[in-house]
Ligand binder design. Structure first.
Ligand code: UDP
Ligand code: UDP
Length: 466
């Protein structure tokens, strides 16, 4: 189903992201990429958003790309949701989007020209594919984590049917996945997220294809196992389309101070420390991290985050990390500590940055790969251990395996001394330096014209035009 503009067939694609910057980011990138390929893009903007970062990035997208059309999607207000008592506001919001799915039907019906495809976030798939089906619009899923994580997503619904509790998982075609690496919520079958995970895992089969922001050489085993039918029979094609490029549209007013400071540092000398858009560290861990960065003797750019949602993160840096550290950083010029949003992709692309202490959210991993920045993986929860193991295997970095994650039994605050040592080792590791450079070349080759990711997406766009 495609529209005709003059002689050319124009494909009209609607995109529906879920809550949180980890989900919005790949959709923003996909939207601008599709627009640059001549697609008409309708971007479904959920209202309200959880974080200010989401609102600011949406506004920037719409004001920069007139060919990307916003479709505002107001959510139902669901009081009953409080009953879930989930600590994480992003997962609650995701559930509220899922329950508002029926409200999208009239909005999609009113679109003109009619849609050629509907691309939905994996965490919303089972709720929204039936809506697109009612309108005969082909559905595609954007999986917002790694292809390796997708193997678990696809495999789990079959496994969970006979198991009460998930143990180590042996996914055909993949290395065994120890229970300790599986997202913690999945160990509780009554958890709302586990239910969503299973339902969305089943919904994979209803999509025309599954898009992943990865590239084939980074996860060759996972892509082959998924597409070869080893993981689940009848799975639609899995198409690697990454690394997706950052759109030109970015919120204005990003702190110039950070980049001015980076400009003054020697090449590849700085370790960048950030745990993504929604992972807060405990105060005790923040203190130790500060000690560790100073002990490392390396230059550092540290983004401190003490609350999950940015709107609530009002505490001053002095209180969180202490005045001494800030002053010594300023005095010696070796460390910059910031709070609030920084343009991470731009930081990673800056020549002064040589290492990244990362929680291994998938977007962060792919950005580091594309920029050739080595990672010290410090996963904090969710899919991050799966991603961290991939970081290690691919040569993109090292994984501090012995450091526990949030809420894990026996997990202790990681001491500054240990952190300092690992950071120093990371920057001095010539072996990792070589392998990261190779990963970067492969990433650039895949996403450049003629590369596997570029062609994978171009083939889909061609199909939507036909
Ligand atoms: N990000 C950023 N600046 C920040 C925090 C995060 O640009 O201060 C971006 C980061 O580059 C990535 C996304 O937000 O694209 C976070 O996604 P990721 O999957 O890495 O982790 P999550 O935040 O979902 O845990
Ligand atoms: N997850 C989890 N606990 C939760 C919610 C999610 O362990 O309470 C896991 C889930 O299994 C999924 C992963 O976290 O595989 C990533 O979650 P999501 O897709 O929401 O990404 P995020 O928003 O963390 O970037």
């Amino acid at each position: 189903m495609s529209a005709t503009s003059g002689d050319a067939q124009v494909s009209h694609v609607a995109l529906l992201p879920s809550a949180g910057m980890g989900h919005l980011t790949p959709f923003l990138r996909l939207a601008s990429t599709l627009a640059s390929h001549g697609c008409r893009v309708t971007f479904i903007a959920i209202h309200p958003t959880v974080s200010s970062a989401e609102s600011l990035h949406l506004s920037a997208l719409f004001s920069t790309y007139p060919q990307i059309h916003p479709l505002e999607f107001p959510l139902l207000h669901l009081d009953a949701m409080d009953a879930y008592k989930l600590a994480d506001p992003f997962y609650l919001h995701c559930e509220s989007i899922r329950r508002s799915a029926h409200l999208l039907l009239p909005l999609l019906t009113s679109l003109s020209p009619p849609l050629s495809s509907f691309i939905v976030d994996i965490s919303l798939a089972s709720a929204f594919i039936p809506i697109a089906n009612k309108l005969d619009i082909p559905s595609y899923i954007l999986f917002t984590s790694s292809a390796t994580m997708l193997t678990l997503f696809a495999y789990l619904p079959g496994l969970i049917a006979d198991a009460k509790r998930i143990d180590d998982v042996a996914i055909p075609g993949m290395q065994p996945l120890p229970a300790s690496m599986i997202p913690p919520a999945l160990h509780d079958p009554t958890n709302l997220f586990t239910k969503q995970f299973i339902e969305n895992g089943r919904a994979l089969l209803q999509a025309k294809a599954i898009l992943v922001n990865t590239f084939e050489s980074l996860e060759a085993d996972a892509v082959a196992a998924l597409n070869g039918g080893a993981v689940v029979r009848g799975l639609p094609p899995v198409v690697a389309i990454g690394p997706l490029h950052q759109p030109a549209a970015r919120p204005s007013g990003s702190p110039g101070r950070t980049f001015a400071w980076l400009d003054a540092q020697p090449a590849r000398s700085v370790v960048y420390v950030s745990f993504g858009s929604r992972t807060a560290l405990s105060r005790a861990q923040i203190k130790e991290l500060g000690v560790g960065l100073e002990r490392s003797g390396c230059r550092f750019l540290w983004v401190v985050k003490s609350k999950i949602v940015d709107r609530e993160d009002g505490e001053g840096l002095e209180e969180l990390v202490g005045n001494g550290l800030l002053e010594r950083g300023r005095g010696r010029g070796k460390g910059l500590v910031v709070k609030g949003w920084v343009d991470q992709n731009e930081v990673l692309g800056h020549g002064a940055v040589g290492g990244f202490v990362s929680h291994c959210g998938w977007n962060s991993v792919v950005e580091a790969a594309a920029c050739g920045v080595r990672i010290l993986a410090w996963p904090r929860g969710a899919d991050q251990r799966v991603n961290a193991s991939l970081v290690e295997r691919s040569g993109l970095g090292v994984w501090a395996r012995e450091w526990g994650w949030d809420g894990e039994e026996g997990a202790e605050v990681v001491r500054g001394e240990e952190i300092g040592q690992r950071v120093r080792e990371l920057l001095g590791d010539t072996h990792v330096g070589e392998s990261v450079a190779r990963v970067r070349e492969e990433a650039l080759r895949a996403s450049g014209v003629g590369g596997s990711s570029y062609e994978g997406l171009a083939d889909l766009i061609e199909k939507w035009r036909a």
